[in-house]
Design a protein around this ligand. Sequence first.
Ligand code: HAM
Length: 434
Amino acid sequence: MPKFQAPRGTRDLLPSERAVFMRLEGLARDLAMRYGFAPLETPMFEGSAVFERGVGEVTDVVEKELFRVQAGRGESERERWALRPEPTAGICRAYVQHGMRTWPQPVKLTMTGPMFRYDRPQAGRYRQFWQFDVEAIGDPGPAIDAEVIELAMAFYAAAGLDDVQVLVNSIGDATCRPVYVEELRAWFGRHRDALPELERARLESNPLRLLDSKDERMAPLIAEAPTITDHLCADCQAHFDGLLTHLAGVSIEPRVEPTLVRGLDYYTRTAFEFYRPGAEGQQQALGGGGRYDGLVELLGGQPTPGIGFGLGLDRVVMALAEQEGRPAPEPWRPAVVVVGADPDDTVVRLQLATELRGAGLACRADLTGRRLGKQLDGAAKAGAHFAVICGDELDSGHVQVKDLQAGTQRQVDVTELARDLVRANTQHRHGGDG
Ligand code: HAM
């Protein structure tokens, strides 16, 4: 085994997997912009307080999974930073810092990139993973909640996953949640002896988190525990009803899931997660999100409502691989390879390839000094459809164009070559055989 390996819980995205990610990133960018979300990029690390305050001190993400970064030599110079475990807190920090509340509201922002959590690595759970994130800040909903969920569903469908289901819940607000949390604390308190140790500690600090426990021993208790859905105040109930009405309006049939509470502290009211049927386990969410009406204020801004989602691209890629089993696209494969009868005449091959790339073709020149036969073998192995063969005809301004798949060959005037190959390549791509 080589001495140096990618760190545990991370992986190299090799070309075929990276190509699938790039397709998803492109879809994410195009769809988000069509829905009016503008791109932004926040740093991959922030002052740790942004996450401690924003995501919450008593969450797995902050308690156990934050990648803390220390830099600076002396104690006084040393700052406390952390790699971003998720984008929402950083985006809200940026909203406050740049005075975005003076922009037309809601401010709709999108970002796609790597996130970092020091989690126990397993299938679909990495220490560096990718999220497609959108945030709509400044609109109390509930119509926009449905719009955001519909955008996520449109993304999954465009990606090629058409059986994704959305689970929704309302987790109340500052009026009704505290009453519920106390009831929950009392209820779990009566079952204290059955609680695993970590959950017992959480009973005091954050009882809501018990509902989101990854410990299997908790499942029967969670099923019995009182639900927030039965404790919503009138405003939260009206908001939740509004969400369901708007979802129905865009033909989305959610599954209402009263135990869905999400793992981050900033949520209020709407909470949702996306799953494939039969994969509704804690570890399998394809994405999730919700409303965070108190987050901007927690980070030093004015009270401002917000909602968004983060979709896990790694998990979408895994689901696609399970579903399709078809080879990933490889857009870097050349359509054309320029080869030559005189192995040493690399100048002319480089010139022709440069010209063909200028015309928009994916083209590679064989710049090795190997024999023509080997060059042609190499072109076929690279998956090229055409080989341009430079031989003696060059003296009269011609080359041979070989169709490597059909096995046919014809002579083409060099001045016509680019136009000819662009046309042939388009016909090939639209011919349904590639
Ligand atoms: P989250 O549920 O923590 O929410 O993460 C969103 C998605 O990221 C998950 O559903 C999952 O697909 C993916 N994910 C999370 N952790 C990992 C991991 N270790 N490995 C692979 N994929 C993972 C958030 O992060 C919120 N910021 C979403 C949000 C945006 N809420 C409002 N706006």
